[in-house]
Design a protein around this ligand. Structure first.
Ligand code: DX5
Ligand code: ZN
Length: 216
């Protein structure tokens, strides 16, 4: 079953609780945490995640685009995240970190920038609940979908299936009505959409339409 996770990066940051309510019915709220070091942009951190967790019933899918996730990621579980994604390029000890996230009660997820291959992480798959294949360079919403990532989505799906593991495969970046079907066909089952949801006149309807398209 396809899941649609609206990215609050494209929401109005002055009205986050209302913007979360506008997409009730979404599977998760995707929260982009950026530290101005791992990516050239700065967004929000622990206090805002904590406040959002109190303001919505939708579970929080925190995507950490930060350096030193080994230090910070467990604190996002404590702040209320139900899923914590850290970047392969930033983690010093990904297995230890995934175990720590799971032990604290959240889903552990590994993100790959466009130039990072999945193959070196094959043996880590049993430690994880989700792989995030970035379909833009992380840092900003509203960028064009990189269709050269489709083969990596396909290979990641094959690895997951070959090992018979229940991992979810998330795509993030440029996911819209015109790209979601190709992502689904390649094997993604969790779709992050920022501008395609919050740029729409009716964000809830946009979520429903994307979900319908992803299941075709
Ligand atoms: C980008 C973020 C994405 C971003 C996606 O670095 O990780 O979650 O919000 O935005 P769209 O869907 O507009 O490409
Ligand atoms: Zn993201």
């Amino acid at each position: 079953m396809a899941q649609i996770n609206p990215s609050m990066l494209s929401a109005d940051f002055a009205r986050l609780a209302e913007e979360a309510a506008a997409v009730e019915g979404a599977d998760w709220l995707h929260i982009d945490v950026m530290d101005n070091h791992f990516v050239p942009n700065l967004t929000l951190g622990l206090p805002v995640v904590e406040a959002l967790g109190r303001a919505t019933r939708t579970p929080l899918d925190c995507h950490l685009m930060i350096e030193d996730p080994d230090r910070w990621a467990p604190q996002y579980v404590e702040a209320g995240a139900g899923s914590v994604t850290f970047h392969a390029e930033a983690a010093a000890a990904p297995v230890r970190l995934a175990r720590e996230i799971r032990a604290k009660g959240a889903r552990a997820s590994l993100a790959l920038k466009p130039a990072t291959p999945i193959e070196p992480y094959e043996d880590l798959l049993p430690e994880l609940d989700m792989i995030l294949v970035m379909t833009v360079e992380p840092g900003f919403g509203g960028q064009a979908f990189l269709d050269v990532m489709l083969p990596k989505i396909r290979r990641t799906r094959q690895l997951i299936d070959r090992h018979g593991l229940p991992l979810w495969l998330q795509v993030d970046g440029g996911v819209s009505a015109s790209t979601i079907e190709r992502c689904a066909e390649a094997g993604a089952d969790v779709f992050v959409a920022g501008s395609a949801v919050y740029g729409a006149d009716d964000p809830a309807a946009a979520v429903a339409a994307l979900r319908e398209q992803a299941r075709r």
